[in-house]
Design a binder for this molecule. Structure first.
Ligand SMILES: Nc1ncnc2c1ncn2[C@@H]1O[C@H](COP(=O)(O)OP(=O)(O)O)[C@@H](O)[C@H]1O
Ligand SMILES: [Mg+2]
Length: 228
């Protein structure tokens, strides 16, 4: 059963960089556990919308409400604490720390939250197993393939049991076969963990893994009827 209201909602977001409006009245909402694809051509404002929703970028106007709290009413410390406790992130290029092994990368968010090394790495390995990369624990990111690296990045994004996973073109650097596998594992893992997913992509094939799609054009969003 869906909760009464959305977990995360944005209303009439505006954001300009100089004279260019990146967002021009964008709305958005997602319920707990839902997977929503944000589609649209390059430059349409998808990443800006994601960064606003995640409290990384402050919009010029409009409101964002997460679990009943308005993001703009929080100070920077509160917002970054919220990001660490409730949000997970996956970007186009995994952005793993090259000096750390894969298991150390996945364990890192737990270590930063104060967990001991053994506990953190045990939890990390369990997530790596779900993403089918547990055999890569001792390797460094430079020694694994792009698809493997993204699966490690997905494991790292979920290791803290976030309520919302933000994924910006998570398969953008992968070939279609590896992209499909990453999407399958990402959505399966997020759904079984009950995490909502904000999935930014310009590929219909990737968006097909979502429950619902919204389209962003020139900084404005609209719901799209799913044609099945
Ligand atoms: N940090 C920034 N500085 C200046 N312009 C930006 C910045 N981020 C985004 N933009 C501009 O805002 C518009 C939307 O960008 P973006 O949200 O990255 O789109 P998308 O993710 O859909 O490709 C583009 O015109 C882009 O050039
Ligand atoms: Mg983008």
């Amino acid at each position: 059963m869906m909760p009464a209201g959305p977990l995360l909602a944005a209303d009439s977001l505006h954001k300009a960089y100089g004279p260019t409006p990146a967002l021009d009245g964008a709305d958005f909402s997602i319920h707990g556990g839902e997977v929503v694809a944000v589609m649209g051509p390059s430059g349409s404002g998808k990443s800006t919308l994601l960064h606003c929703l995640a409290g990384i970028v402050t919009p010029d106007s409009g409101t964002i409400t997460y679990a009943g709290r308005e993001l703009s009413a929080m100070n920077d410390t509160e917002r970054s604490a919220l990001r660490r406790s409730d949000f997970g992130f996956v970007f186009q290029f995994g952005q793993l720390v090259p000096e750390l092994t894969c298991v150390e990368n996945v364990a890192l968010p737990l270590r930063l939250n104060g967990a001991g090394r053994r506990d953190a790495e045990r939890t990390a390995l369990a997530w790596m197993e779900r993403l089918e990369v547990d055999d890569l624990g001792g390797k460094r990111p430079g020694e694994v393939s792009g698809g493997q690296g993204q699966r490690v990045a997905v494991a790292r994004s979920l290791v803290t049991n976030p309520k919302v996973l933000f994924a910006d073109e998570p398969t953008g650097a992968l070939d279609s076969l590896n992209g499909e596998r990453v999407m399958q594992l990402l959505t399966d893992a997020a759904r079984s963990a009950g995490a909502a997913v904000v999935l930014v992509t310009h590929e219909a094939r990737v968006a097909a893994y979502s429950d619902r799609e919204i389209v962003v054009r020139d900084g404005r969003s609209r719901d799209m009827e799913r044609v099945v």
